[in-house]
Ligand binder design. Structure first.
Ligand code: GLU
Ligand code: ZN
Length: 462
């Protein structure tokens, strides 16, 4: 029996859901579902300048579209709420006080210019830029003096000296970092808001998160976060840092590669299950060949198979999963997805011919009776069949209805034409194109009346 794990997705509402984030959200969701645990959504919006309510709403809508249902979160609530960090100021304030009272944090009055000068000097001396500890040893009198000058302090965590932070990353294995290599970092910004290092770690602990999966751009942040948790006596979650997503060229996935957000793929007409099937295999290896519906994924998900190598997002792979997904939709669902109402005949007709809804546009036009003009070769084929052929075909259609085998048999019997000589002129009269979906579902989708009119339009002598 596996122990239930508690996971979370903790996006910052500063843009749309990036594919890399959607993937860690998926893995976190699957792990919780696999073990009968809980999946939490937390909005990390303490960066007031970059966070927007609009992005929060959009992110929630994209996650809902992917069907990654959370058990606790801003909209559904839960025992550890609020789940929006900008509403958790009081919780953080009490913890800041505790850190300060314990001597684990202190106010820093350095101005940005002063910090910049210190960084420059360190770089010139060939050392990594780090807070020089200027305010760490200030006396109470010195603090009052700096405060009186009107500077609003930040609060810095007092990193202990001569210690080692150790943890075992679920993906990268054992990690060690000397605390002497970590500068005192900001836990409360000048405007009073909590910094990422602080509230991200603290909230994971307060919300009972047991397993954090995130991109390995956060691996280097983890020791600082562990120091905060240890100082506050809060439980450390296990962290797993998965390899970043890269494009087909191996460079980190960015705008250059085309679409990079869930929203963009949704708007282009990719199906949620297609996206999930591709993301599921990025940096997660195993016997993963077959298409899986989201409810089937948890049983197959193997957290121990998460990799640290960069994973390639490849639109060709996504197209493969898109086709697999379309093949599993009902004809009525395909029609609805194509924006063609709920007529199952349209879905049946186009399901093998489209990857994205835009591919259906020329065929939907044909169904509406907007046929492209015939080319020279096509006009020759129609002329060769001649008006008599089309008159016979129109008459046959009145008897057979839109049933191709019956219809073709009648036309063949009455005109003596077989094979391509029979089907090509029919196809051209019905659709205006020499290529396209199979004729039987085409005829069904066009309908007997419209089809007869198209045949009749070729039944007069030109
Ligand atoms: N808000 C952080 C981000 O979007 C969360 C990182 C994490 O998952 O811990 O990068
Ligand atoms: Zn300072």
């Amino acid at each position: 029996m596996t122990t239930p794990v508690v996971t979370r997705f903790a996006p910052s509402p500063t843009g749309s859901v990036h594919l890399g984030n959607a993937r860690t959200a998926l893995f976190s969701y699957l792990w919780a579902r696999k073990t009968g645990g809980r999946f939490i959504l937390r909005i990390e919006d303490t960066d007031v300048e970059r966070s927007q309510r609009r992005f929060r709403d959009e992110m929630i809508a994209e996650l809902q579209w992917l069907r990654l249902v959370w058990d606790e979160g801003p909209d559904v609530g839960g025992p550890a709420g609020p789940y929006v960090q900008s509403e958790r100021g009081e919780i953080y304030a009490a913890l800041f006080d505790r850190l300060e009272a314990q001597g684990d944090a202190y106010p820093c009055y350095c101005r940005p210019e002063e910090l910049e000068i210190a960084r420059k000097l360190q770089r010139m001396a060939g050392r990594p830029p780090r807070y020089p500890g200027t305010c760490r040893g200030l006396s109470a009198a010195q603090r009052r003096e700096r405060a009186a000058s009107g500077v609003r302090p930040t609060l810095r965590f007092a990193v202990p000296t001569d210690r080692v932070v150790e943890f075992t990353d679920l993906v990268h294995g054992p990690q060690r970092l000397q605390t002497n290599d970590i500068g005192d970092f900001i836990v409360r910004r000048e405007d009073g808001t909590a910094s990422f290092f602080f509230c991200n770690a603290v909230d994971d602990a307060l919300m009972g998160v047991t397993h954090v999966l995130r991109g390995d751009d956060h691996l280097a942040n983890t020791p600082r976060q562990l120091l905060v948790l240890d100082a506050l006596g809060l439980r450390r979650p296990d962290y797993g840092h998965v390899g970043l997503l890269v494009g087909a060229d191996g460079a980190p996935l960015s705008k250059r590669h085309g679409s990079t957000s869930v929203q963009e793929f949704r708007e282009r007409g990719f199906l949620g299950a297609a996206l999930l099937n591709h993301l599921y295999r990025l940096g997660h290896t195993g016997d993963l060949d077959q298409w899986l519906a989201l409810p089937e994924m948890p049983a197959h998900f193997r957290p121990e198979h998460l990799g640290k190598a960069p994973a390639r997002f490849d639109e060709a792979q996504l197209v493969h999963w898109q086709k697999e997904t379309i093949a599993r939709l009902s004809p009525a669902e395909v029609s609805a997805w194509l924006g063609a109402g709920d007529d199952p005949r349209v879905g049946e007709l186009l399901r093998h011919n489209v990857v994205l809804p835009k591919d259906a546009a020329p065929w939907l036009a044909v169904l509406r009776g907007e046929l492209p003009p015939l080319g020279e070769e096509e006009r020759r084929i129609v002329a060769d069949a001649g008006p008599g052929f089309f008159a016979a075909a129109a008459a046959a259609l009145s008897e057979s209805g839109a049933d191709l085998p019956r219809f073709a048999k009648l036309v063949a019997a009455r005109t003596g034409r077989r094979g391509a000589a029979l089907y090509m002129p029919l196809r051209l009269a019905l659709t205006g194109c020499a290529h396209g979906p199979e004729l039987a579902p085409l005829l069904a989708a066009i309908g007997a009346d419209a089809a007869r009119r198209r045949l009749e339009s070729h039944a007069q002598d030109p």
